[in-house]
Design a protein around this ligand. Structure first.
Ligand code: DLL
Length: 437
């Protein structure tokens, strides 16, 4: 494989130099952080009054963790570290579960962020001859403008199509010869189902690659999208608190996501004790941004569960690789006392060929017990009026799930295209238990 780097020097920087860079940038971030009311109070409390109080990377452990709650408390300007007139953009989380969290960027911050996204895109084999259709929401969500700027930096033709409206997406792909798309994995699966329904032939589009992220998905889902659409799919990880996409991305080796360590310091901690886990083990990812002056965020508890691969990547990049994020500490379901991550269910059902492209997990109360129902669509080869294959499929899903998760779920099969599709991140779990009491 001929691996290509957007920023060869930084992407292959020897570890000692990379760590020296991180220390210098961490000191810069401390200087900026001390200009915010929030961190001034937090850092002085632990005796950090200036960059000179950070002497080694290990000193990061002296810095208190930052949580989503802290960001909300600091809303709107408590974490802004530059004069407002230097800020050129903000992004915000949707705020559906409370006060939104807001991140500010100065001009250099936007430039650096685009550079990281460009690295991600270029590392998958794209170049300026590609036509890139960005099928994800624009606006306050970081996925749209973040990838847009990265694509432009490389010099690709970027089509800001946004999410939704599959008919128009197909038309754009056909008219302009789109070679690469960006979307959530659930939207890519939806696109594939709609392609069949609308009779769009694979030969009428020139698609080669997709970047898929913003929500968890399994290796089986990646394989399914790749096989159905005949494309390469690359996993893309990021979060608004760390500017959005461009934090970690798969290279062409497609085995783990390189976390750009010149832009972020990553720690993996035990979510209960908050102590570091042994190298290579899974825990909660904690991130410190090194590449944003206007809103420095230190030791942010992402709630995402991951770990680092211990071995180097064949691509030659020196930045460590994260394992696929399979869940969050706060999305674990406890069903009749059994701990279960939605990703475990996805792994089973997306591995069954006859299952369609969409599913939903419903949890309810049944008397004093919890009841788990897994609703899946069926694939195009299964007909809803033919009871025998339907019963056989239902039983196959039930048995496979029960063997893996030790819970006996109810399985409902639904016609292709009948389960709800979200234009943004898929809502895979409906937990109705609190409504039932
Ligand atoms: O989802 C930023 C983004 C945009 C990433 C486009 C990739 C592509 P938020 O809306 O703040 O930001 O959501 C961040 O989504 O903490 C994870 O729980 C989840 N997430 C994002 N990417 C992945 C992924 C954007 N590849 C939250 N795998 C994160 C698993 C992901 N989970």
């Amino acid at each position: 494989m001929n691996y290509q780097y957007w920023h060869p020097k930084m992407e292959t920087l020897p570890r000692p130099e990379l760590e020296a860079w991180q220390l210098a940038r961490l000191k810069d971030m401390i200087t900026y952080a001390l200009r915010t009311p929030f961190y001034k109070e937090r850092l002085t409390r632990v005796g950090i009054r200036g960059a000179e109080d950070i002497k080694s990377l290990d000193d990061i452990k002296r810095i208190p963790f930052t949580t989503k709650h802290d960001l909300r408390e600091a809303f709107p300007y408590g974490m802004l570290s530059v004069p407002l007139e230097d800020v050129i953009r903000l992004h915000a989380s949707s705020g559906t579960t409370g006060t939104p969290t807001t991140i500010y960027f100065n001009r250099q911050d936007i430039g650096r962020w685009s550079g990281f996204v460009a690295r991600c895109i270029y590392g998958t084999g794209c170049n300026r001859t590609d036509v890139f259709q960005n099928m994800i929401s624009y606006g306050l969500f970081t996925g749209g403008l973040g990838f847009h700027a990265g694509g432009e930096e490389i010099g690709m033709l970027v089509i800001p199509s946004g999410s939704g409206n599959t008919t128009r997406q197909f038309k754009l792909m056909q008219d302009f010869g789109t070679t690469v798309v960006h979307a959530t994995p659930s939207f890519l699966l939806h696109v594939e189902s709609r392609m069949k329904e609308e009779g769009v032939s694979r030969d009428s589009i020139s698609l080669k690659r997709a970047f898929a992220g913003a929500e968890p998905y399994s290796e089986d889902t990646r394989r399914r999208i790749e096989e159905l659409l005949h494309i390469d799919v690359y996993n893309s990880y990021g979060l608004s608190e760390m500017s959005g996409p461009g934090v970690a991305f798969e290279c062409q080796a497609k085995n783990g996501l390189h976390l750009w360590e010149d832009g972020y310091i990553a720690e993996i901690v035990d979510p209960e004790t908050l102590e570091p886990v042994p190298e290579g083990e899974i825990g909660e990812l904690v991130l410190t941004i090194l590449c944003r002056e206007a809103t420095p965020i230190l030791r942010y508890r992402t709630r995402d569960l991951s770990g680092f691969y211990p071995d180097p990547c064949p691509c030659g990049r020196t930045h460590r690789r994260l394992r696929r994020i399979t869940g969050r500490t706060d999305d674990m379901l406890i069903i009749n006392g059994v701990n279960l991550f939605p990703s475990q269910i996805e792994e089973v059902i997306m591995g069954i060929r006859e299952v369609g492209n969409n599913y939903l997990i419903v949890v309810e109360k049944d008397g004093s017990l919890d009841r788990l129902t897994v609703k899946t669509e069926v694939g195009p080869d299964i007909f809803m009026d033919d009871a025998r294959p339907l019963n056989a499929l239902r039983e196959k899903i039930r048995k496979t799930l029960q063997a893996l998760i030790t819970i006996n779920p109810r399985v409902e099969l639904h016609e292709s295209g009948s389960l709800p599709v979200s234009e943004g991140k898929a809502k895979r779990v409906q937990d109705n238990r609190s409504k039932d009491v």
